[in-house]
Ligand binder design. Structure first.
Ligand SMILES: *Cc1c(COP(=O)(O)O)cnc(C)c1O
Length: 429
């Protein structure tokens, strides 16, 4: 019996059983309802175990930018699987990762030419923080041990990331020794005096880097700032002689209406983090990119100045093949124009919801649309109700938002915005 590979799959109680052994993300497990059972995905649809289909409003946490199972990515991954699914990058290399490194360097802002590949966004940020610290250490500026981050910022869930994530502000004291306190300031205004300028003037020689989510602060509440604000943060950091770190894990690959959000501000980060849509939502992969100057700061006579990081699956060939295929699609299909079209339609269909009772604010940037409501107490009910309306939308606290695949058809986007209006009306009637 136990060797039967299909054992258990004919039973239909697996959503309930899952609660016994699968620890779900960000969930109170004691009284969690069974999650929505998914049988398959295709394009912009999520097919449930009972045959129902949902229009996807999430891209599975911003990742499936081309929709699910795009044939071009599928074919590239299948081909790679047959030849070289994995090999270590310690002392060896392979063509897919080389090509990906070259292509990211060609597309990234400024001269971000050198990429360390990892497997999740949080680790890409950990690498960025280590990279910045060691860059200064290699130059003898060992006192630069502090980062500046912004209010409402989020940069991942691992130890170092918690230290620079304002979303962990209240939790950090419970992780003493793991989550180091750095400096947190409000985003600068477009002009006039600001805290960032003041803190840099006062503590500049202690600062290892300034880290920001360009244009959209995601997990902190889908907050949007202007390219001028982003540019000012970059200019202030770089004028003060510290490193400007752009966390484009959510915003990268077209989401904000340009391939990278930094492009809209003409900002050229010293270090940039990528993940989420890097493989088109197919595979876990992340990247930390550095400029020529940062990279050169690690040159020396032996390993003592080398970047001491290397995940087992760094540069995984399957993920690299998926990422290369995803980049092909950005070159051959009009993804960035599609994001702009989604922005126009989101503006037309979501801005009127600002008039509804219970709605506090409506925010749109590129292919991200958010409706902030008066309280988070309906969020679980709303998620359930969205499924009944045939869409997959997962509110974040008091923010009901969509980050759909950039390939979503106009009538399907209307189904999402229509459901948002209905469910918010029902919740706050
Ligand atoms: C999602 C996210 C991360 C963390 O990425 P994971 O892959 O979940 O570890 C970091 N920064 C930003 C801006 C993100 O949106």
């Amino acid at each position: 019996m136990t060797s039967n590979p299909t054992h258990g799959t004919e039973r239909t109680d697996w959503p309930e059983r899952s609660l016994d052994h699968v620890w779900y993300p960000y969930a109170q497990m004691r009284d969690m309802a069974p999650p929505v059972p998914v049988a398959g995905v295709e394009g912009t649809r999520i097919r449930l175990a009972d045959g129902r289909e949902l229009v996807d409003g999430t891209s599975s946490w911003w990742s499936a930018c081309h929709g699910y199972r795009h044939p071009h990515i599928m074919e590239a991954v299948h081909r790679q699987l047959d030849v070289l699914p994995h090999v270590m990058l310690g002392g060896m290399t392979h063509e897919p990762v080389v090509r990906l490194g070259e292509r990211l360097a060609a597309k990234a802002p400024g001269d971000l030419a050198h990429t360390m590949f990892t497997d999740s966004g949080s680790v890409a940020v950990e690498v960025a923080l280590k990279m910045a610290r060691q860059y200064w250490d290699n130059r003898g500026e060992t006192q630069r041990d502090t980062f500046i981050a912004f209010e409402n910022g989020y940069h991942g869930d691992t130890a170092g990331c918690m230290g620079v994530s304002d979303t962990y502000r209240d939790l950090r004291p419970r992780f003493t020794g793991l989550a180091h306190e750095h400096l947190t300031v409000p985003l600068p205004a477009e002009e006039g005096p600001c805290a960032l300028e003041r803190v840099l003037a006062e503590h500049g020689d202690r600062i290892a880097g300034v880290i920001i989510e360009p244009l959209i602060q995601g997990a902190g509440g889908m907050l949007v700032h202007s390219p001028k604000v982003l540019r000012r943060a970059a200019d202030l950091a770089q004028a003060a002689g510290t490193l400007f770190i752009a966390d484009e894990i959510a915003t990268g690959f077209g989401r904000t209406g340009s391939l990278f959000a930094c492009e809209q501000a003409g900002a050229e980060p010293d270090i940039m983090c990528l993940s989420k849509a890097l493989t088109g939502g197919t595979m876990a992969m992340a990247a930390t990119m550095a400029t020529e100057q940062v990279f050169a700061g690690f040159h020396g006579d032996d390993e003592s100045t080398a970047l001491m990081h290397g995940p087992t699956f760094t540069g995984n060939p399957l993920a690299a093949a998926a990422a290369n295929a995803s980049l092909d699609l950005f070159e051959t299909e009009p993804r960035v124009a599609q994001a702009a079209a989604l922005e126009a339609q989101l503006t037309e269909e979501l801005v009127p919801l600002g008039e509804l009772p219970g709605v506090v604010d409506v925010r749109i940037k590129g292919a991200m649309g958010a409706v902030q409501v008066a309280s988070d107490r309906h969020k679980d009910w709303m998620r359930h109700r969205f499924v009944e309306h045939g869409v997959w939308i997962r509110p974040l606290g008091d923010v009901v938002y969509v980050t759909p695949p950039l390939t979503l058809a106009a009538e399907d986007l209307s189904r999402l915005t229509d459901a948002m209006g209905r469910v918010v009306r029902e919740a706050f009637a």
